[in-house]
Ligand binder design. Sequence first.
Ligand SMILES: [Zn+2]
Ligand SMILES: [Zn+2]
Length: 446
Amino acid sequence: MANTIYDYIQAGSFTCDCGKTHSSTLKELIVEKGALNRIPQLVKEYGGHKVFVLSDMNTRAAAGAAVCDLLQKSGIPFSCYTFHQEHLEPDELAVGAAVMHFDPTCDLILGVGSGVINDIGKILANLTGKTYMIAATAPSMDGYASATSSMARSGLKVSLNSCCPAVIIGDLDVLCAAPVKMLQSGLGDMVAKYVSICEWRIANLLIGEEYCPTIAQMVRDAVHKCVTNADGLMRREPEAVAAVMEGLVITGIAMSYAGMSRPASGMEHYFSHIWDMRGLAFGTAVDTHGIQCGIGTLMGIRTYEQIRKLTPNKEKALAYVNAFDAEAWNDTLRQFLGGGAEAMIQNERKEGKYDKAKHAARLDLIIEKWEDILQIIDQEIPALDFVLNALIAVDAPTLPSEIGIRDEEVRGAFLTAKDIRDKYVGTRLLWDLGCLEEVADQLFGK
Ligand SMILES: [Zn+2]
Ligand SMILES: [Zn+2]
């Protein structure tokens, strides 16, 4: 199997050395200057007769108007809907508006935008069963090629099944002109993968979660390319911008291949989710997904630096877990996260990560495999400065305080990240070792 992203996309699916057949429904990725010009031809190739163009005010100015122009000149009929909100939220209102403005005589939906437009466009395409394409306006997050949409539903952050686009169009003239914050976000979402891959391997070792070395290597290569091009990103060099755009799409494909989000998100993403949940519940500060993930990645790297220094102590860990009060902890979750905490508490009832017998068995394995865990950390987690310098190179915020996240929200995110999903992450390892609060004190003060 050749290993450029374009080879993988062309293959559609392949039988991997790990024994599984991996597949993605993304048919085509085009990242080049002037790529928008190819849209009329693509519409025809994919059987479209009439196009529904979905954009917001900003993305219409960035590319949506040009796309409509191109369609018109090519004689392809279209309808369009432009969201007029200043800050478009991916919620019921937005999906409702998209559905109510949808023209059912269209047989192809073309999103023009990045995260939010793509999330809404994928839901609309899934509901209507129409072919979906996205013309990307910014390399800002890794959801382009994923078949899920990150939404706010009833005031809670949820990931809904939607659909993967058939074609992703990344016109470098458009992407290079994206707001700097979007470029910073894209890099932030990419560096997160250092932590994600490390935790995937640890989960494979301790929980037996399926791990694929080929997928992990795809993601590592993509991250490496982005980080080594970070300087060029600030200068908006097409190669650097293309590296981030392709990297973000590769990680989306990697998630499809793996059938889960493991290759692309871990603890660092949970810190970001928690700040988003608090934003929805309490109106506290939030920033873009990628900017939060970049900051979360630095927190994640610092966490693994502390884990490296630990020596497991069985008596201490057993005593810690014995004294753990699950009901009291549920109240802490409710207070800190609001309504979103209930789903997490329900998940724990099914999962039983706090079950004392299960913990004791896990602890034995952790102690037995400790050297292997340290080796994984050494192999996967780069030096803090390496990632810090890449983020600084694009002027991205590197401290939670720079985006308005308060100290107690940093510590709170660290302590509650283990409850967000059923994934084994670094802070779960710390809980298993009876060291969670101790490491929180070391990292963030008491
Ligand atoms: Zn595989
Ligand atoms: Zn992400």
